[in-house]
Design a protein around this ligand. Structure first.
Ligand code: 2P0
Length: 348
């Protein structure tokens, strides 16, 4: 009987405050701009993955939320396996007592505790957990930034989920992707008052996948070049500074501007891509009104490739933000049944 070796890990969801949208290399998942995200607490949204390997396994297999996936055509997943096995061969070469795990087939069992592919960054947590679990199984010495280059090839945004707190994905310039990696801007303890509230407008699978949508934008949107060349580079530096300075008003303004800019280039694409709906727009108006009544910026909205809103605010403003938000959105037709305000999610 051949022994089975296993390692389990969880990875959190991250929500971009400066959006990744566009690839300059679709095979290596190299982006057209750098991005920034906040990693959410694993208490609410996370992927749990167990990686196993054994001499007795006959094929690499992935079970996602209880269903066996066909991964034979998944070039990105296979690229992650290939790169992780390559690193494992380094461990085996350095230690003659190390088991030849790089030659064993892998079994991955992965579960999300939230809707998959509904614009809640499931691929980010999923691929980050998968890479981390295999790296742990293989006892790889590489740090999170090195592993982020592998997770990136599985799904771009996954590279940011290998860190907690505030994270930058530096786009890099090398054609081989060796400098396109995630780094931590600051740990969660740096700004412990930060909170995120997720408004689940819809848990349905999104219409346009991010991978397909971003290439439509790259190829057809005249506004896109302006965004990546003239807007994002400065915003990236300003947002990093706002995080390091714990300047919430500045962080919030930049976050909302970047969400709007991302959805603007989606709308500017041919055919146009719509991710927000009427309830999303009601949430934007509610946040605007909350900030107007507060006389300062106490809340920031951001929307990914789906209609669900993520609202950032500071703990001390929870009542000022969440009370009016609930009241405003309750008056929206369909909101009460179509949505839920999740408990506040401390970042971790
Ligand atoms: C982000 N999104 O920065 C942006 C904002 C969606 C909107 O990263 O093709 O699933 O796997 O690299 O990472 C979603 O794109 O795309 C995404 P792939 P991914 O979070």
């Amino acid at each position: 009987m051949n022994k089975i070796y296993s390692a389990s890990t969880t990875a959190p969801v991250n929500i971009a405050t400066l959006k990744y949208w566009g690839k300059r290399d679709t095979t290596l998942n190299l982006p057209t701009n750098s991005s920034i995200s906040v990693t959410l607490s694993q208490d609410d949204l996370r992927t749990l993955t167990t990686a196993s390997c054994s001499k007795s396994f006959t094929e690499d297999t992935l079970w996602l939320n209880g269903s066996k996936e066909d991964i034979t055509g998944s070039k990105r997943l296979l690229a992650c396996f290939r790169e992780l096995r390559e690193l494992r061969r380094g461990v085996e070469a350095a230690d003659s007592a190390a088991l030849p795990m790089s030659e064993f087939k892998l079994h991955l069992v992965s579960e999300n505790n939230f809707p998959t592919a509904a614009g809640l960054a499931s691929s980010a947590a999923g691929l980050a957990a998968l890479v981390r679990a295999i790296a742990d199984l293989y006892e790889l010495p590489q740090d999170a930034t090195e592993l982020s280059k592998i997770a990136r090839q599985g799904s771009g945004s996954a590279c940011r989920s290998l860190f907690g707190g505030y994270v930058a994905w530096e786009m890099g310039s090398s054609p081989d992707g060796s400098d396109s990696k995630a780094v931590q801007i600051a740990p969660v303890e740096h700004w412990p008052e930060m909170r995120a509230c997720i408004l689940v407008v819809s848990a349905d699978k999104k219409d346009t996948s991010s991978t397909a949508g971003m290439q439509v934008t790259v190829n057809t949107s005249p506004l896109f070049a302006h965004r990546i060349n003239n807007v994002v580079p400065q915003r990236f530096e300003l947002m990093k500074k706002s995080i390091l300075d714990r300047d919430f008003a500045q962080f919030a303004q930049l976050t909302m501007q970047d969400s709007n800019s991302f959805h603007a280039v989606c709308l500017d694409s041919t055919p146009p891509i719509f991710y927000m709906n009427d309830i999303s727009r009601a949430a934007i108006r509610a946040v605007d009104e909350i900030n107007r009544l507060a006389g300062q910026t106490v809340a920031a909205y951001t929307f990914d490739a789906g209609p669900n809103a993520v609202i950032y605010y500071l703990k001390e403003n929870a009542q000022v933000v969440l009370g009016p938000l609930k009241a405003a959105l309750k008056s929206q037709d369909g909101w009460a049944s179509a949505s839920a305000i999740k408990p506040e999610v401390p970042t971790s």
